[in-house]
Ligand binder design. Structure first.
Ligand code: GH3
Ligand code: MG
Ligand code: MG
Ligand code: MG
Length: 316
């Protein structure tokens, strides 16, 4: 008995597994005034393939947090000259919330108040010094796993499961910021709606499973032919939205979009012995209207023209 699995589900599980086994990429900042203790922590973490960087005081730690935005975990001592662990955590929390940056403080076993102070300042957890290596690893692993899980859940709230593109929610969040920035700087900005032609026929003729595969292939083709800086999302069923900013959102836009149209029309999607082909229509605007939503409406009207004029074309 073979369970029929949608290819996108396999991708999803593979991504999850890769993420969890990516420990060596997780960057940990060690903050302690004792060089010997920093070295000791570094060795412990290296054994479990974490990447480490070090700071000998709070000020240096804060500087590093701003320089290396990929630091996922900070381990900090409590007693340090200049700035203690509690102050460091309070300051760090002004910029990095507990889901973004995990913080574990080392408290003083002979002064239990220190662990309360660390937690109150915003630490995710604490380890009392001296500690057992087993406890150290358990706390690090559990905190990292929780952070990674939160990251995954947050990401899946703004991502379309089928195509793995971002979704409409992400478009109006990140896209609105890009739109406002472009408006402020008076720089180029384009909104594009891409709609697969006669897609209902694909479903009616070949079934929904093949329809899904077509959506995935079209999404991948668009992602490859769009520029890396552009924001491409699944807008609705078989509709996608693309936001382009900068120099390419200019007189060159037609050329850009023609390349995307051609990439979709050139796709050969295997289905048994035959090969499926689809086309898409694109509607776009460069006119920064009153809001991003209003711009998308204008792009949608252009799309309507592309459809009525015969489909498989770009209309700006
Ligand atoms: P047009 O050229 O005018 O765009 O025609 P169309 O058939 O593409 O447009 P219509 O809006 O009539 O049909 C869109 C179809 O897309 C209907 C819906 O069943 C299908 N669809 C939407 N989301 C999905 C999906 O996730 N998977 C599959 N397989 N089909 C989907
Ligand atoms: Mg110390
Ligand atoms: Mg449609
Ligand atoms: Mg359509």
């Amino acid at each position: 008995y073979v369970l029929k699995t949608n290819p996108s589900e396999i991708d999803y599980v593979a991504r999850l597994v890769r993420r969890v086994h990516r420990n060596h990429r997780i960057k940990v900042l060690i903050v302690d005034d004792s060089k010997g203790f920093r070295l000791y922590l570094k060795e412990l973490l290296r054994t479990h393939r974490y990447q480490t960087i070090e700071a000998e005081d709070g000020e240096e730690a804060l500087k590093l947090l701003h320089q290396h935005l990929d630091i996922r975990l900070m381990l900090t001592d409590f007693h340090m000259p200049k700035m203690d662990g509690q102050t460091l955590i309070t300051q760090a929390r002004r910029h990095f919330d507990r889901n973004q940056l995990g913080i574990i403080g080392f408290s003083d076993q002979s002064a239990p108040i220190t662990s309360a102070k660390l937690l109150k300042a915003g630490a995710n957890d604490f380890i009392a010094k001296p500690f057992l290596i087993e406890e150290f690893y358990c706390r690090i692993t559990q905190n990292v796993e929780t952070l990674e899980f939160i990251h995954l859940v947050r990401d899946s709230a703004v991502r379309d499961f089928l195509t793995q593109l971002h979704n409409r929610r992400y478009l109006f969040d990140v896209g609105t910021k890009a739109y406002e920035q472009a408006k402020e700087r008076d720089s180029g900005f384009a909104a594009v709606i891409i709609d697969i032609d006669h897609f209902k026929q694909v479903n009616d003729t070949h079934g929904h499973f093949i329809g899904d595969r077509v959506l995935q292939r079209v999404a991948t083709a668009m992602r490859k032919s769009a520029h890396q800086d552009d924001l491409l999302v699944r807008y609705g069923g078989e509709e996608f939205c693309l936001l382009i900013h900068g120099e390419r959102a200019s007189a060159r836009l037609a050329e850009e979009l023609e390349r995307i149209r051609f990439a979709i029309a050139s796709l050969e999607i295997p289905n048994g012995n035959e090969v499926l082909r689809v086309t898409a229509s694109l509607g776009a605007t460069l006119n920064k209207s009153s809001s991003l939503a209003a711009m998308i409406d204008i792009a949608d009207a252009a799309l309507y023209l592309a459809k009525t004029e015969g489909r498989n074309r770009v209309r700006i």
